[in-house]
Design a protein around this ligand. Sequence first.
Ligand code: NAD
Length: 343
Amino acid sequence: MKEIKIGIVGYGGMGGYHESDLIKNNPNVSVKGVFDIDNSKVELAKTKNLVGYNSYEELLNDNEIEAVLVATPNDSHKEISIKALNNKKHVICEKPVTINSDDLLEIVEVAKKNDRVFMVHQNRRWDSDYLIIRDLYKNKQIGDLFQIESRVHGANGIPGDWRHIKKHGGGMLLDWGVHILDQILFMVDSPIKNIYSDLSYVLGDEVDDGFVTYITFENGVRAVLEVGTSNFIKLPRWYVKGLNGSGAIYDWDLSGELIVQNKLDEKIELKPIKAGEGFTKTMAPPSEESTTKLKLPNPSCEYEPFYTNFARVVREGVDPIVKNEEVYKLMKVIEDIFKSAKN
Ligand code: NAD
Protein backbone atom coordinates (compact mmCIF):
# COMPACT_ATOMS: atom_id res chain seq x y z
CA MET A 1 0.00 0.00 0.00
CA LYS A 2 1.44 3.41 -0.99
CA GLU A 3 2.22 5.47 2.12
CA ILE A 4 -0.06 8.45 2.81
CA LYS A 5 1.75 11.72 3.49
CA ILE A 6 0.07 13.81 6.16
CA GLY A 7 0.23 17.52 6.98
CA ILE A 8 -0.46 18.40 10.62
CA VAL A 9 -2.42 21.53 11.49
CA GLY A 10 -1.91 22.38 15.17
CA TYR A 11 1.40 21.04 16.48
CA GLY A 12 0.64 21.25 20.22
CA GLY A 13 0.27 18.40 22.69
CA MET A 14 -1.88 16.12 20.57
CA GLY A 15 -0.46 17.08 17.16
CA GLY A 16 2.98 16.24 18.57
CA TYR A 17 1.75 12.89 19.93
CA HIS A 18 0.28 11.89 16.55
CA GLU A 19 3.60 12.69 14.88
CA SER A 20 6.03 11.16 17.37
CA ASP A 21 3.97 8.16 18.36
CA LEU A 22 0.94 7.15 16.30
CA ILE A 23 2.13 8.08 12.80
CA LYS A 24 5.84 7.34 13.27
CA ASN A 25 4.97 3.80 14.38
CA ASN A 26 2.71 3.08 11.42
CA PRO A 27 4.25 2.11 8.04
CA ASN A 28 1.15 3.20 6.09
CA VAL A 29 1.48 6.90 6.92
CA SER A 30 4.13 9.56 7.46
CA VAL A 31 4.20 13.25 8.40
CA LYS A 32 5.54 15.57 5.74
CA GLY A 33 5.08 18.89 7.48
CA VAL A 34 3.33 21.11 9.95
CA PHE A 35 1.41 24.37 10.12
CA ASP A 36 0.64 26.11 13.42
CA ILE A 37 -0.38 29.72 14.10
CA ASP A 38 2.34 29.70 16.78
CA ASN A 39 5.55 30.09 14.81
CA SER A 40 7.64 28.46 17.55
CA LYS A 41 5.81 25.20 16.80
CA VAL A 42 6.65 25.50 13.09
CA GLU A 43 10.30 26.06 14.02
CA LEU A 44 10.16 23.02 16.32
CA ALA A 45 8.88 20.92 13.41
CA LYS A 46 11.83 22.03 11.26
CA THR A 47 14.27 20.76 13.91
CA LYS A 48 12.71 17.32 13.35
CA ASN A 49 13.35 17.41 9.60
CA LEU A 50 9.70 18.18 8.83
CA VAL A 51 8.57 20.91 6.47
CA GLY A 52 7.45 24.02 8.35
CA TYR A 53 4.71 25.76 6.35
CA ASN A 54 4.28 29.53 6.71
CA SER A 55 0.52 29.39 6.13
CA TYR A 56 -2.29 26.86 5.95
CA GLU A 57 -2.67 27.63 2.24
CA GLU A 58 0.97 26.68 1.68
CA LEU A 59 0.33 23.29 3.29
CA LEU A 60 -2.81 22.77 1.22
CA ASN A 61 -0.94 23.67 -1.98
CA ASP A 62 1.60 20.90 -1.36
CA ASN A 63 0.48 18.21 -3.80
CA GLU A 64 2.41 15.49 -1.99
CA ILE A 65 0.18 15.90 1.05
CA GLU A 66 -2.82 13.61 0.72
CA ALA A 67 -4.31 14.03 4.19
CA VAL A 68 -4.56 16.66 6.88
CA LEU A 69 -4.62 15.98 10.61
CA VAL A 70 -6.62 18.65 12.47
CA ALA A 71 -5.28 18.95 16.04
CA THR A 72 -6.25 22.51 16.94
CA PRO A 73 -8.66 23.78 19.65
CA ASN A 74 -12.18 22.38 19.31
CA ASP A 75 -13.95 25.42 17.81
CA SER A 76 -11.58 25.55 14.82
CA HIS A 77 -12.02 21.94 13.61
CA LYS A 78 -14.93 22.70 11.28
CA GLU A 79 -13.36 25.51 9.26
CA ILE A 80 -9.96 23.81 8.96
CA SER A 81 -11.53 20.47 7.94
CA ILE A 82 -13.84 21.98 5.32
CA LYS A 83 -10.97 23.89 3.75
CA ALA A 84 -8.85 20.74 3.55
CA LEU A 85 -11.69 18.70 2.00
CA ASN A 86 -12.39 21.41 -0.57
CA ASN A 87 -8.69 21.21 -1.46
CA LYS A 88 -9.09 17.47 -2.12
CA LYS A 89 -7.30 16.32 1.03
CA HIS A 90 -8.56 13.50 3.24
CA VAL A 91 -9.03 14.57 6.85
CA ILE A 92 -8.36 13.05 10.27
CA CYS A 93 -9.97 15.27 12.87
CA GLU A 94 -9.33 15.25 16.59
CA LYS A 95 -12.21 14.84 19.03
CA PRO A 96 -14.62 16.43 19.73
CA VAL A 97 -15.23 16.60 16.01
CA THR A 98 -17.03 19.96 16.33
CA ILE A 99 -18.86 21.75 19.09
CA ASN A 100 -22.30 20.89 17.77
CA SER A 101 -23.84 18.08 15.74
CA ASP A 102 -25.07 20.27 12.82
CA ASP A 103 -21.49 21.32 12.05
CA LEU A 104 -20.54 17.66 11.62
CA LEU A 105 -23.32 17.18 9.06
CA GLU A 106 -21.95 20.12 7.07
CA ILE A 107 -18.44 18.63 7.08
CA VAL A 108 -19.72 15.21 5.99
CA GLU A 109 -21.56 16.83 3.05
CA VAL A 110 -18.36 18.57 1.93
CA ALA A 111 -16.42 15.29 2.26
CA LYS A 112 -19.02 13.52 0.08
CA LYS A 113 -19.00 16.31 -2.52
CA ASN A 114 -15.21 16.05 -2.82
CA ASP A 115 -15.12 12.25 -2.56
CA ARG A 116 -12.69 12.40 0.36
CA VAL A 117 -12.45 10.49 3.65
CA PHE A 118 -13.29 12.32 6.86
CA MET A 119 -12.52 10.34 10.02
CA VAL A 120 -12.60 11.36 13.67
CA HIS A 121 -9.88 10.20 16.03
CA GLN A 122 -11.95 8.50 18.75
CA ASN A 123 -8.83 6.70 19.90
CA ARG A 124 -10.05 5.46 23.27
CA ARG A 125 -11.91 2.63 21.53
CA TRP A 126 -8.49 0.90 21.66
CA ASP A 127 -7.83 1.42 25.42
CA SER A 128 -7.11 -1.92 27.14
CA ASP A 129 -9.23 -1.10 30.23
CA TYR A 130 -12.19 -0.35 27.96
CA LEU A 131 -11.67 -3.48 25.87
CA ILE A 132 -11.72 -5.65 29.02
CA ILE A 133 -15.08 -4.18 30.04
CA ARG A 134 -16.42 -4.47 26.49
CA ASP A 135 -15.43 -8.16 26.48
CA LEU A 136 -17.21 -8.68 29.82
CA TYR A 137 -20.31 -7.02 28.40
CA LYS A 138 -20.26 -9.36 25.40
CA ASN A 139 -19.09 -12.65 26.94
CA LYS A 140 -21.17 -12.34 30.15
CA GLN A 141 -18.39 -13.81 32.31
CA ILE A 142 -20.10 -12.22 35.34
CA GLY A 143 -23.58 -12.50 33.78
CA ASP A 144 -25.45 -9.79 31.95
CA LEU A 145 -24.04 -6.42 32.98
CA PHE A 146 -26.83 -4.23 34.30
CA GLN A 147 -24.73 -1.32 35.60
CA ILE A 148 -21.54 0.06 34.07
CA GLU A 149 -19.74 2.86 35.91
CA SER A 150 -16.97 4.66 34.04
CA ARG A 151 -15.03 7.41 35.76
CA VAL A 152 -11.98 9.52 35.10
CA HIS A 153 -10.81 11.43 38.13
CA GLY A 154 -7.95 13.91 38.35
CA ALA A 155 -6.97 16.60 40.83
CA ASN A 156 -5.24 19.09 38.53
CA GLY A 157 -8.19 21.24 37.47
CA ILE A 158 -8.76 22.06 33.78
CA PRO A 159 -5.42 21.96 31.93
CA GLY A 160 -3.94 24.56 29.54
CA ASP A 161 -5.50 27.75 28.20
CA TRP A 162 -8.28 27.34 25.63
CA ARG A 163 -9.95 24.47 27.56
CA HIS A 164 -11.15 27.10 30.10
CA ILE A 165 -12.94 29.14 27.42
CA LYS A 166 -16.47 28.43 26.22
CA LYS A 167 -16.12 29.83 22.69
CA HIS A 168 -13.16 27.50 22.06
CA GLY A 169 -15.29 24.49 23.03
CA GLY A 170 -13.66 24.17 26.46
CA GLY A 171 -14.87 22.22 29.46
CA MET A 172 -14.60 18.61 30.50
CA LEU A 173 -17.76 17.27 28.84
CA LEU A 174 -16.31 18.20 25.44
CA ASP A 175 -12.89 16.94 26.51
CA TRP A 176 -12.93 13.66 28.47
CA GLY A 177 -16.71 13.32 28.27
CA VAL A 178 -16.46 12.71 24.53
CA HIS A 179 -14.14 9.75 25.12
CA ILE A 180 -16.05 7.95 27.86
CA LEU A 181 -19.40 8.47 26.13
CA ASP A 182 -18.01 7.17 22.86
CA GLN A 183 -16.82 4.05 24.68
CA ILE A 184 -20.25 3.37 26.20
CA LEU A 185 -22.11 4.00 22.93
CA PHE A 186 -19.66 1.70 21.10
CA MET A 187 -20.36 -1.04 23.68
CA VAL A 188 -24.09 -0.98 24.47
CA ASP A 189 -25.99 -1.78 21.31
CA SER A 190 -29.38 -0.42 22.38
CA PRO A 191 -31.21 2.89 21.99
CA ILE A 192 -31.03 5.33 24.89
CA LYS A 193 -34.18 5.56 27.02
CA ASN A 194 -33.23 8.49 29.21
CA ILE A 195 -30.40 10.72 30.32
CA TYR A 196 -29.98 12.58 33.57
CA SER A 197 -26.95 14.85 34.00
CA ASP A 198 -25.34 17.46 36.15
CA LEU A 199 -22.27 19.54 35.28
CA SER A 200 -19.92 20.91 37.96
CA TYR A 201 -18.38 24.37 38.15
CA VAL A 202 -16.47 24.07 41.43
CA LEU A 203 -13.30 25.72 40.04
CA GLY A 204 -15.14 28.89 39.00
CA ASP A 205 -14.49 28.65 35.25
CA GLU A 206 -17.11 29.59 32.64
CA VAL A 207 -17.02 25.98 31.42
CA ASP A 208 -17.77 22.75 33.27
CA ASP A 209 -14.89 21.19 35.20
CA GLY A 210 -16.64 17.83 35.42
CA PHE A 211 -19.98 16.09 35.24
CA VAL A 212 -22.06 13.13 36.29
CA THR A 213 -24.42 11.47 33.80
CA TYR A 214 -26.81 8.57 34.21
CA ILE A 215 -27.85 6.93 30.96
CA THR A 216 -30.51 4.23 30.87
CA PHE A 217 -30.66 2.15 27.70
CA GLU A 218 -33.80 0.45 26.42
CA ASN A 219 -32.26 -2.98 27.11
CA GLY A 220 -32.18 -2.05 30.82
CA VAL A 221 -28.46 -1.35 31.11
CA ARG A 222 -27.62 1.70 33.16
CA ALA A 223 -24.37 3.63 32.67
CA VAL A 224 -22.98 6.02 35.24
CA LEU A 225 -20.37 8.32 33.74
CA GLU A 226 -18.31 10.79 35.71
CA VAL A 227 -15.43 13.15 35.01
CA GLY A 228 -13.88 15.09 37.88
CA THR A 229 -10.90 17.42 38.08
CA SER A 230 -10.91 17.98 41.87
CA ASN A 231 -10.61 14.35 42.96
CA PHE A 232 -7.60 13.92 45.24
CA ILE A 233 -8.81 10.38 45.88
CA LYS A 234 -9.91 8.55 42.74
CA LEU A 235 -12.79 6.12 42.48
CA PRO A 236 -12.12 3.08 40.24
CA ARG A 237 -11.80 3.79 36.50
CA TRP A 238 -14.47 1.09 35.94
CA TYR A 239 -16.92 -0.61 38.28
CA VAL A 240 -19.44 -3.03 36.75
CA LYS A 241 -22.24 -5.12 38.18
CA GLY A 242 -23.42 -8.29 36.46
CA LEU A 243 -26.15 -10.72 37.42
CA ASN A 244 -23.46 -13.19 38.66
CA GLY A 245 -20.69 -10.97 39.93
CA SER A 246 -18.93 -7.62 40.03
CA GLY A 247 -15.79 -6.25 38.41
CA ALA A 248 -13.48 -3.32 39.01
CA ILE A 249 -10.56 -1.82 37.12
CA TYR A 250 -8.89 0.60 39.46
CA ASP A 251 -6.56 2.50 37.17
CA TRP A 252 -4.74 2.76 33.81
CA ASP A 253 -2.26 0.14 35.06
CA LEU A 254 -5.13 -2.38 34.72
CA SER A 255 -5.08 -3.32 38.40
CA GLY A 256 -8.46 -4.77 39.25
CA GLU A 257 -10.46 -7.90 39.96
CA LEU A 258 -13.59 -9.87 39.24
CA ILE A 259 -15.67 -11.53 41.96
CA VAL A 260 -17.95 -14.26 40.61
CA GLN A 261 -20.77 -15.98 42.44
CA ASN A 262 -20.31 -19.78 42.78
CA LYS A 263 -23.13 -22.13 41.89
CA LEU A 264 -23.78 -23.93 45.21
CA ASP A 265 -26.17 -26.81 45.91
CA GLU A 266 -27.39 -25.31 49.12
CA LYS A 267 -27.64 -21.79 50.42
CA ILE A 268 -25.01 -20.82 52.96
CA GLU A 269 -26.42 -19.06 55.99
CA LEU A 270 -24.87 -15.58 56.27
CA LYS A 271 -23.07 -14.60 59.45
CA PRO A 272 -24.15 -11.17 60.64
CA ILE A 273 -21.43 -8.61 61.34
CA LYS A 274 -21.13 -5.62 63.58
CA ALA A 275 -21.06 -2.52 61.38
CA GLY A 276 -20.48 0.82 63.06
CA GLU A 277 -22.90 1.09 65.93
CA GLY A 278 -25.19 -1.50 64.40
CA PHE A 279 -25.51 -5.07 63.35
CA THR A 280 -26.18 -6.30 59.79
CA LYS A 281 -26.69 -9.46 57.81
CA THR A 282 -27.59 -7.68 54.55
CA MET A 283 -24.20 -5.98 54.25
CA ALA A 284 -22.09 -8.83 55.62
CA PRO A 285 -19.41 -10.01 53.14
CA PRO A 286 -20.31 -13.14 51.17
CA SER A 287 -18.91 -16.37 52.60
CA GLU A 288 -15.65 -17.76 51.14
CA GLU A 289 -17.46 -20.73 49.60
CA SER A 290 -20.00 -18.58 47.77
CA THR A 291 -17.65 -16.48 45.60
CA THR A 292 -14.45 -16.81 43.58
CA LYS A 293 -11.99 -13.99 43.02
CA LEU A 294 -10.51 -13.91 39.51
CA LYS A 295 -7.76 -11.93 37.86
CA LEU A 296 -8.86 -9.53 35.13
CA PRO A 297 -8.79 -11.24 31.73
CA ASN A 298 -6.53 -9.93 28.98
CA PRO A 299 -8.34 -7.67 26.53
CA SER A 300 -9.16 -9.00 23.11
CA CYS A 301 -8.97 -6.48 20.31
CA GLU A 302 -10.42 -7.40 16.98
CA TYR A 303 -9.70 -4.09 15.29
CA GLU A 304 -6.67 -2.72 13.52
CA PRO A 305 -4.77 0.40 14.69
CA PHE A 306 -6.41 3.72 13.80
CA TYR A 307 -3.92 4.77 11.10
CA THR A 308 -3.88 1.32 9.49
CA ASN A 309 -7.64 1.49 9.25
CA PHE A 310 -7.53 5.08 7.96
CA ALA A 311 -5.02 4.13 5.23
CA ARG A 312 -7.16 1.14 4.19
CA VAL A 313 -10.30 3.31 4.11
CA VAL A 314 -8.48 5.71 1.75
CA ARG A 315 -6.72 3.10 -0.43
CA GLU A 316 -9.10 0.12 -0.34
CA GLY A 317 -12.46 1.62 0.61
CA VAL A 318 -12.89 -0.62 3.69
CA ASP A 319 -15.29 0.43 6.46
CA PRO A 320 -13.90 3.00 8.87
CA ILE A 321 -13.60 1.82 12.46
CA VAL A 322 -14.95 5.22 13.55
CA LYS A 323 -18.05 5.99 11.50
CA ASN A 324 -19.35 9.52 11.10
CA GLU A 325 -22.90 8.32 11.95
CA GLU A 326 -21.57 7.09 15.31
CA VAL A 327 -19.84 10.39 15.94
CA TYR A 328 -23.05 12.25 15.03
CA LYS A 329 -25.00 10.17 17.57
CA LEU A 330 -22.30 10.90 20.15
CA MET A 331 -22.57 14.66 19.54
CA LYS A 332 -26.37 14.47 19.87
CA VAL A 333 -25.96 12.74 23.26
CA ILE A 334 -23.50 15.46 24.34
CA GLU A 335 -26.14 18.05 23.42
CA ASP A 336 -28.75 16.12 25.43
CA ILE A 337 -26.40 16.06 28.42
CA PHE A 338 -25.97 19.86 28.26
CA LYS A 339 -29.78 20.19 28.00
CA SER A 340 -30.42 17.82 30.91
CA ALA A 341 -27.92 19.66 33.12
CA LYS A 342 -29.52 23.01 32.27
CA ASN A 343 -33.01 21.79 33.07
P1 NAD B 1 -2.74 22.39 22.43
O1 NAD B 1 -3.18 23.72 22.94
O2 NAD B 1 -1.62 21.69 23.09
O3 NAD B 1 -2.36 22.51 20.87
C1 NAD B 1 -3.15 23.17 19.94
C2 NAD B 1 -2.22 23.78 18.88
O4 NAD B 1 -3.02 24.32 17.84
C3 NAD B 1 -1.36 24.94 19.43
O5 NAD B 1 -0.02 24.73 19.08
C4 NAD B 1 -1.95 26.17 18.73
O6 NAD B 1 -0.98 27.18 18.50
C5 NAD B 1 -2.46 25.58 17.44
N1 NAD B 1 -3.54 26.34 16.79
C6 NAD B 1 -4.60 26.97 17.35
N2 NAD B 1 -5.42 27.47 16.40
C7 NAD B 1 -4.85 27.15 15.21
C8 NAD B 1 -5.23 27.39 13.86
N3 NAD B 1 -6.34 28.05 13.56
N4 NAD B 1 -4.42 26.92 12.89
C9 NAD B 1 -3.27 26.25 13.18
N5 NAD B 1 -2.86 26.00 14.44
C10 NAD B 1 -3.65 26.45 15.44
O7 NAD B 1 -4.05 21.50 22.42
P2 NAD B 1 -4.11 19.91 22.38
O8 NAD B 1 -4.17 19.38 23.76
O9 NAD B 1 -3.06 19.39 21.47
O10 NAD B 1 -5.56 19.69 21.73
C11 NAD B 1 -5.73 19.82 20.33
C12 NAD B 1 -6.94 18.97 19.91
O11 NAD B 1 -6.65 17.59 20.20
C13 NAD B 1 -8.23 19.28 20.67
O12 NAD B 1 -9.32 19.16 19.82
C14 NAD B 1 -8.28 18.21 21.76
O13 NAD B 1 -9.60 17.90 22.18
C15 NAD B 1 -7.66 17.04 21.03
N6 NAD B 1 -7.03 16.06 21.94
C16 NAD B 1 -7.33 14.76 21.75
C17 NAD B 1 -6.78 13.79 22.57
C18 NAD B 1 -7.10 12.35 22.32
O14 NAD B 1 -6.74 11.50 23.12
N7 NAD B 1 -7.76 12.03 21.22
C19 NAD B 1 -5.90 14.17 23.60
C20 NAD B 1 -5.59 15.51 23.75
C21 NAD B 1 -6.17 16.46 22.91
